[in-house]
Write a protein that binds this ligand. Sequence first.
Ligand code: AMP
Length: 442
Amino acid sequence: MEIYPVKGTHDIVENDAELYRSIEETCMAVAHFYGYKEIRTPIIEHTNLFVRGVGESSDIVNKEMYTFLDKGERSITLRPELTAGVMRSIVSNKLYVNADLPLKYYYVGPCFRYERPQAGRYRQFHQFGIEAIGSPSYYLDAETIAMGYRIASILSSSKEGENSPYKLKVYVNSLGDEDSRANYKEALKKYFAKHIKNMCGDCKRRYEINPLRILDCKVEEDQAIIKDAPKMSDYLSEDSKLYLNNVISLLKELGIEATIDDGLVRGLDYYTGVVFEYHLLDEDGKSIIGALGGGGHYARLLKEIGGPDLEGIGLAFGIERLAYLIKTIHPVDEEKIYGPDFYLFGLNEEAIEENFKISDLLRVRTLSTEVCYEVKSPKSAIKTALRRGAYCAILVGEDELAKKQVTIKNLTTQEQTSVAISDLGDVASDIIAKRYVDVEGE
Ligand code: AMP
């Protein structure tokens, strides 16, 4: 009986795995430029971390968590996001004691949400994110938003540049300070009181616990009602407005145009103040795969889970969505396999034994090398090397063995040369060094 993958999960193999790794490496490299250090937290946490952290009124906690009792009857949850776990880790390890603030951590890893699978939406997906804790400055908010923008633009940059039909966009909003938010929630309650009986079951629940969450509702009939709901901007205190405008002005100084989106509230309860999202828009200005990433300021999260009263700001990208972005902007030949620098073939058994040793000589020079352990004819050797995407095929037969040589065939330039085995390391290194110079110089 065939066993299928669990619904909403996906295997990431070969070229896709390479793509995911390169996205993660880019994200991590940028994080290093901004002074972030890595943090790795467990995939499983106590359920009440998310109930307290992400919030009881959020869809994530209410409907989407993978929660189970372990053998010791403890309620355990597969993390639906990483911010709460990072905060828990900061508290558990007292990372704030004698630390220079802000603490700055980046993470990458899988998350789990029981959502309806669709394009760009999985039940197991991967996030890269950052958290900066302990500095209430709007400069840090602007820096965080700019950093995310840099990541998305590095990944989406195309050689066609200006001519690309796609546009990267960052939307911002403010959820205000406590007073602004309380007044806004009150206004929402008043507005929705007239409509709630006609809205979905989730909205009825949201209305009781946190009416702000109604704005996240995806049900079409409810959208018409939500459209005319009061806007947060009308309830923002002067301080909150000024803070948001300062962030927008600072981004402008870096050449980043942030657009205010009044309806942007984010689906997690811990956000306060500035929130933001990154989208890739098509020619018609439509977001092509939902938010690539997003984040915001959180004033009380660390305190909520037992830590000191320090504010934070964070962002998270979905790796799957970044991969989609790259594939959309740079459609690659899916057939193209990125193979080894060298593929070694023996034209007889003796040559295979020689190749086994030669491969080591190349690999210790960090040249990627594969060996074929079956005797091949020169023609079928070249065919195999091409199919596997090798840069060069190395052939060893009777003649080569007698002369202590190999034949190298560059499969791109078609150049063929004989090289003494004693010189092979240097020659092979030169070929590959030149390969990358040529590519960069294109
Ligand atoms: P959130 O933690 O909800 O703020 O989400 C941050 C980012 O994670 C989103 O912008 C998406 O790129 C990604 N993301 C969230 N949920 C999913 C999902 N179910 N499948 C794939 N990516 C997701």
